[in-house]
Design a binder for this molecule. Structure first.
Ligand SMILES: Nc1ncnc2c1ncn2[C@@H]1O[C@H](COP(=O)(O)OP(=O)(O)OP(=O)(O)O)[C@@H](O)[C@H]1O
Length: 466
C-alpha cells in the first residue's frame, strides 16, 4: 500500500509543489492550508506521515502536534519552518516530531526526510515484541557516564521504586525506562508510555485516568486510562514537568495511595503500577517558580538517573552513529555503508542539540541520500552538521574558547571561531524576535542592513520581507 502523506502549508504555491513532488515519489498525498483543516482530515482518514509548517494562520503547527496522539496515534511528523532555531526544533521534537526542515529547502531534502518518515511509519506498524520477547531494547554505549547509568539500572530494576530520569530531549530517557521494565519482575506485563507534553492539558487527565460513560459531552462509552492499561506493569510518564498543578495533585495521590477515580466516577480504582517519570525541564527551577509541587518531586525523586547530553559523552557518538546507520540499512534493504573521514569529523564536532534522536535522523537521512553508494560523505549530512567540518571548529569549542578566553596549545582558526560566534548570536536574536530582522538587529545594536549582510555572508536562510 502506498504511504499516505498530509501536507499542512498555507502558502498555495508551495503546497502544490509539495504535492507534485510527493506524487512523483509515488506517495498518496493531500494538502490543507490550516491546522484546523488538518485535524478534520486526520479524523476522517488515516495518514502515515504529516508534514506541517509551523507558522500557520490559526492554530500553529507546534500546537497541532499536541492533538496527534489522540487523533492519529502513530503518525510520523516532520515540521518545516523559516528559521532554523534550536528552540523551535527542540520544542517540536519534545512534542513528538521526528525531523525539522528549514525553509527554503531543496525538494531533495524534503524527499529524503519524507522517505525516512515513511520507513519509520512502516516500522511503527510492525507488532512490538514486549518484555522478554525476542527483541530487547538495545542500549549502545561506550561512555563511562552512561555505563554508570546502566549499572544503576541493573541495581534498581528488581524493585518497585519510582524512578526519575532527567536529561535533554532525545538523550534516551525512554530507552532507559524500557530497560528498567525489561529487567524487572514486571517484564511480562505491559510497558505503557505517555508523553505529557504531547497532549493538550485538558485532555491529559482523561488519557491518564480514563472516564465513565456520560462523564462529559461526547463520552459515549467508558474508557480506561493509561494507569489501568499498565496494571501490573510499568507506566512511563515523559515530560512530567509540563503537567498542570491540579493533575500533579492527582498523580501524587496515586503514588501515595495507589488509587484514583476515573473522570465522572466515584468508584475507586486500585492499581499496581511502577511509575517511571522523565523530564527535560529543570524541576527544581519549576518548584522555585511555583509550577511544580515539591512534595511530588520528592516522591518521584526516590532514584534519580541523570542522562548527560550526547556532546558530553563523545565516546558514544561513533558507536551510536554506526549502530543507527546499520540498523536502518538492514530494515530498509539499503546496502550497508561506511562513513568517510570528512563526514566523521563533522559528526564528531557537531553539538547535537537534539541528541541521539537527531543523530539517528541524520544517519537515516544520509542513508537515503547516498542511495546505492556504500560510503556516506560530507554532502549526505544535514547542512547544520556539515558546518563543523567546513570550519574545522565546532560550536562547542567556539563558545568554550570564549568562555575560558583560552587559546588551545595547537592554536585556533581565528576567522572560523569569530564566524561561529557571529552565527550563534544572529540565530539567537532571530529566535528571540520571532524572526523579525529589524528587532533582531536592534537587539544586537546593529543596523538592519549590516544584519542582513551578515546573514547573507554566513548563509543563514530566513524568510523574505521582515
Ligand atoms: N544508548 C542508546 N542506544 C541505542 N539507541 C538509543 C540510545 N539512546 C537513544 N536511542 C534512540 O534515540 C531515540 C531517542 O531516544 P528516547 O526516545 O529514549 O529519548 P528521550 O530522552 O525519551 O526523548 P524525549 O525526551 O524527547 O522523549 C530513540 O529512537 C532511541 O531508540
Amino acid at each position: 500500500m502506498k504511504t499516505r502523506i498530509l501536507f499542512v502549508e498555507d502558502e498555495d504555491r508551495l503546497r502544490h509543489l509539495l504535492l507534485e513532488a510527493a506524487a512523483l515519489d509515488q506517495y498518496e498525498a493531500e494538502g490543507v492550508a490550516t491546522a484546523e483543516e488538518a485535524l478534520e482530515r486526520l479524523g476522517q482518514k488515516s495518514f502515515d506521515v504529516l508534514v506541517t509548517d509551523i507558522a500557520l494562520p490559526g492554530m500553529s503547527g507546534l500546537d497541532l502536534l499536541l492533538h496527534l496522539e489522540r487523533v492519529s496515534p502513530g503518525i510520523v511528523t516532520i515540521v518545516m519552518t523559516a528559521y532554523g532555531t534550536i528552540d523551535i526544533a527542540v520544542e517540536a521534537m519534545k512534542r513528538g516530531a521526528i525531523d525539522f526542515i528549514t525553509k527554503p529547502f531543496q525538494l531533495d531534502t524534503l524527499s529524503s526526510a519524507v522517505r525516512v518518515a515513511a520507513e519509520r511509519a512502516i516500522a511503527r506498524k510492525r507488532p512490538i515484541v514486549n518484555g522478554n520477547g525476542a527483541r530487547k531494547t538495545q542500549i549502545i554505549t561506550e561512555s563511562p557516564a552512561m555505563r554508570r547509568v546502566l549499572e544503576q539500572v541493573r541495581a534498581i530494576a528488581p524493585f518497585n521504586t519510582t524512578v526519575l530520569i532527567t536529561g535533554e530531549t532525545g538523550t534516551g530517557k525512554e530507552v532507559i525506562a524500557r530497560a528498567i521494565h525489561e529487567q524487572s519482575p514486571r517484564r511480562d506485563r505491559p510497558f505503557v508510555a505517555m508523553n505529557c507534553a504531547a497532549v493538550p492539558e485538558q485532555l491529559l487527565e482523561d488519557e491518564l485516568f480514563g472516564h465513565v460513560k456520560g462523564a462529559f459531552t461526547g463520552a459515549h462509552t467508558s474508557r480506561e486510562g493509561r494507569f489501568e492499561q499498565a496494571q501490573g506493569g510499568t507506566l512511563f510518564l515523559d515530560e512530567i514537568g509540563d503537567m498542570s498543578l491540579p493533575l500533579q495533585a492527582k498523580l501524587l495521590r496515586v503514588l501515595q495511595e495507589r488509587e484514583f477515580e476515573r473522570l465522572g466516577s466515584s468508584r475507586t480504582v486500585r492499581v499496581d503500577v511502577r511509575i517511571i517519570a522523565a523530564t527535560s525541564a529543570d524541576l527544581e527551577q519549576r518548584i522555585a517558580n511555583g509550577q511544580f509541587r515539591s512534595d511530588l518531586y520528592y516522591r518521584l525523586n526516590v532514584v534519580h538517573l541523570k542522562l548527560p547530553p550526547l556532546k558530553d559523552r563523545p565516546a558514544d557518538i561513533r558507536p551510536l552513529a554506526e549502530h543507527l546507520l546499520r540498523s536502518f540499512c538492514q530494515t530498509t534493504g539499503l546496502p550497508l555503508k561506511a562513513i568517510s573521514d570528512e563526514a566523521w569529523q563533522a559528526i564528531m564536532s557537531y553539538r547535537w542539540p537534539g541528541n541521539v534522536r537527531q543523530l539517528q535522523n541524520a544517519m537515516e537521512r544520509a542513508a537515503v541520500l547516498s542511495g546505492e553508494r556504500t560510503k556516506i560523505t560530507l554532502e549526505d549530512l544535514p547542512e547544520e552538521v556539515r558546518g563543523g567540518a567546513a570550519t574545522g571548529i565546532s560550536p562547542i569549542s567556539a563558545s568554550a574558547a570564549l568562555a575560558e578566553a583560552a587559546i588551545p596549545d595547537e592554536g585556533l582558526n581565528f576567522e572560523a571561531v569569530v564566524s561561529q560566534v557571529e552565527r550563534e548570536l544572529l540565530l539567537q536574536s532571530l529566535a528571540k524576535t520571532n524572526g523579525n530582522k529589524m528587532q533582531a538587529a536592534k537587539l544586537l545594536n546593529m543596523k538592519r542592513t549590516t544584519f542582513v549582510e551578515k546573514l547573507k555572508r554566513l548563509q543563514i536562510n530566513t524568510e523574505e520581507g521582515t
